[in-house]
Write a protein that binds this ligand. Structure first.
Ligand code: NAG
Ligand code: NAG
Ligand code: NAG
Ligand code: NAG
Length: 620
């Protein structure tokens, strides 16, 4: 008995010492104010409402301070104007810190008690009251995003890993009881600390929707060192290079990533559903997704992230060797000139023929930081429809990339250049399908999603069998100039670039899908996207996309087909189907465009497209 008491006492002492030690170690209620908003809408009976509010806050205080609760809702409903309140601490805060955060929030929120609601959000906690019940409210579609103003040192890998971290949190958190997750992920030169949290009164679906809205805002903060996304009623996301919770607060979210992907369909339908009349397309596309799922074996989630250290480094070439291989970068060896630099044909000592791309050198030092990580990433991308990067070379300001050499040059030569008319329909179709497969890999299958940003027919190279290989992927990040914020600079080429990217700088995989649709139209029509051509015999001239759309509306799609394609060689229905897919890809609303993997399914199926109606594109 005595012994038992002694053990209990020791345990008690140890426990209190432990909890004191932990609080002492953190001891920070995280009172950085993120948002504070008072409603200006009046209530009928302000006195009554304030009584209810006071009662609620008193109740909350007891539950948070004396009962150590981290999430509390209270409703005081006496009289005509009830008051509903919700308080939530970040789970990693100690009880003392949580109580301190509550006290600060309650004081702050009292300073605006004339309206029918208010909320205050700190890093450490959130407090909200309303005249109406809001506990399971659907999140607003706009999230407040607060980005830090410093770019991470190793910005490329930080950005790539950060994207993955946020995506994983968005998928896992709604599946975790309590809707909270904290992770620490190693990245070159440090770690990314990140959390996601939803109000416990939400359903799993609402939590998932809310976090995907917060995530889409906060991921634009990358590669800056800090970002926070707040959807005030209900959810919160934050990441930082600096630890803001103790390492032992992290949890392993990998078990919650296993079934992966489920949330995205819902979001898709959710976005698409708002656009009236387009519902049919959405339903059909969901059908395609289902079709694809039921056919293909379960895909391994991409969240099984390779650390940057596991990537194989690129082969380093000697400058003198490349100089010799290209005969001192002579004009005669020059085979192309593009936005990223000049390309030379080179023959190495061992007889191997390679393409040597001299990048335009910038005056920015940033290119140095990013060159190595970016090149490492690109040289690990292996797919038969993507051009292999063999290695690289740096000397002084010079940055050189070495690629496999493609004897047949680029697709534009076959469409508009010397070799116009030499492709038959089967070859055209293979190029269209192969390009879609290459892009699917970049967007959806490689362990970080790579958006090309400059898909065009001159970036699609053809090998000896006329199979397409997409080139220049991953290079947009190596362009000289300020890349700290994606929206500050629009890469891409006139005639191929999606309207939301040109007009608002909004970058997503859908930008590539739009450009892909334009390339498909070019392949079928032999018309350059920026060239004018008569719509039909007596019609006005028009640019490619508008011409295609007009012919589609008139039910004369076959008029679009290049005269040099032999009509005996193609199936009219198949050609119409492919044009239909191109029009789906170039719709004005990015959300309405199919994903690249869906394009692949549509291309290979015969009946799925029948009832899909593309919506009018925007003409710029
Ligand atoms: C967590 O880490 C802190 C120090 O960062 C330490 O004081 C505390 O004991 C740890 N708690 C647990 C449960 O390991
Ligand atoms: C509510 O509490 C505040 C601050 O404690 C006080 O000033 C106010 O008079 C109270 N209002 C009502 C209606 O009880
Ligand atoms: C809550 O704790 C405070 C201070 O520790 C104490 O004064 C108060 O009586 C407690 N309230 C309840 C309801 O237990
Ligand atoms: C970055 O933000 C911090 C505080 O948020 C501020 O003190 C600092 O001046 C800012 N730095 C720059 C370069 O804007």
């Amino acid at each position: 008995m005595v012994q038992f008491n002694l053990v209990a006492l020791t345990l008690l002492v140890l426990l209190s010492w432990w909890s004191f030690g932990f609080e002492g170690a953190v001891g920070d209620p995280q009172l950085f104010l993120l948002k504070w908003e008072c409603s200006v809408v009046a209530v009928d009976d302000l006195f009554n409402f304030n009584q209810n509010l006071n009662a609620s806050l008193a109740d909350l205080r007891v539950q948070v301070s004396n009962q150590s609760k981290q999430f509390v809702t209270v409703q005081s409903t006496s009289g005509a104007d009830p008051c509903y309140t919700m308080f939530q601490c970040r789970n990693y805060l100690s009880n003392t810190d949580c109580a301190t955060c509550f006290a600060a929030a309650a004081a702050k929120i009292r300073s605006c008690s004339t309206g029918n609601g208010a909320h205050v959000v700190y890093d450490g906690c959130i407090l909200r009251y309303e005249n109406n019940e809001f506990f399971d409210q659907i999140p607003t579609t706009i999230s407040n995003t607060i980005c830090g103003n410093q770019t991470a040192d190793e910005s490329t890998s930080f950005g790539a890993v950060g994207q993955q971290v946020l995506m994983d949190l968005q998928i896992a958190t709604p599946k975790i009881s309590g809707y909270f997750a904290a992770t620490k992920t190693q990245v070159a030169g440090g770690a990314i600390y990140a959390i996601a949290q939803c109000a416990e009164t939400l359903t799993q679906d609402t939590c998932s929707d809310c976090l995907s809205i917060a995530q889409s805002g906060i991921q634009d903060c990358l590669p800056n060192t800090d970002g926070r996304g707040v959807n005030p009623p209900v959810c919160f996301m934050r990441y930082s290079e600096t630890p803001f919770f103790a390492d032992n607060q992290t949890i392993d979210i990998s078990p919650f990533l296993k079934q992966g992907g489920g949330g995205s369909i819902k979001n898709w339908v959710f976005i698409g559903g708002g656009v009236g009349g387009a519902l049919l397309v959405v339903i059909l596309i969901s059908l395609v997704r289902w079709h694809r799922r039921s056919q293909s074996p379960k895909r391994v989630p991409r969240s099984t992230m390779m650390g940057a250290t596991e990537l194989k480094g690129p082969t380093k070439y000697k400058y003198t060797d490349l100089k010799a291989a290209t005969k001192n970068f002579s004009e005669k060896n020059k085979v192309g000139e593009g936005g990223f630099g000049t390309v030379y044909k080179g023959t190495m000592n061992n007889g191997k023929v390679v393409a040597v791309k001299k990048l335009k050198s910038g005056n920015s030092s940033k290119i140095d930081d990013e060159f190595e990580t970016e090149v490492t990433l690109i040289s690990n991308v292996h797919h038969r429809n993507l051009l292999r990067l063999l290695g690289c070379c740096s000397k002084g300001q010079e940055r050189i990339l070495v690629y496999e050499y493609m004897a047949n040059a680029s697709l534009d030569k076959f469409l508009f250049g010397k070799r116009k008319g030499s492709l038959n329909w089967k070859q055209c179709y293979d190029i269209i399908l192969g390009t879609a497969r290459g892009l699917t890999y970049l967007h959806e299958e490689f362990h970080v999603s790579i958006i090309h940003r400059d898909i065009k027919s001159s970036n699609i190279l053809l090998d000896e069998q006329l199979q397409p290989k997409i080139s220049d992927f991953g290079l947009a990040k190596l362009l000289p100039g300020d890349q700290s914020h994606l929206r500050t600079r629009v890469a891409g080429t006139m005639g191929y670039t999606a309207p939301e990217y040109v007009l608002h700088g909004q970058l997503s995989a859908k930008v590539d899908i739009y450009s892909y649709g334009i390339v498909v139209l070019e392949i079928i029509s032999g018309q350059k996207s920026t060239d004018m051509k008569a719509v039909d015999d007596d019609g006005d001239e028009d640019y490619l996309l508008r011409r295609a759309w007009k012919l589609y509306e008139r039910g004369m799609l076959l008029e679009l087909v290049d005269q040099s394609l032999d009509p005996n060689n193609y199936d009219a229905e198949e050609v119409k189907k492919v044009i239909g897919i191109a029009l789906l890809c170039t719709q004005a609303s990015a959300a309405m465009r199919p994903a690249m993997s869906e394009v692949v399914v549509l291309l290979s199926s015969n009946d799925l497209l029948e009832h899909m109606r593309p919506l009018m594109p925007i003409f710029i």
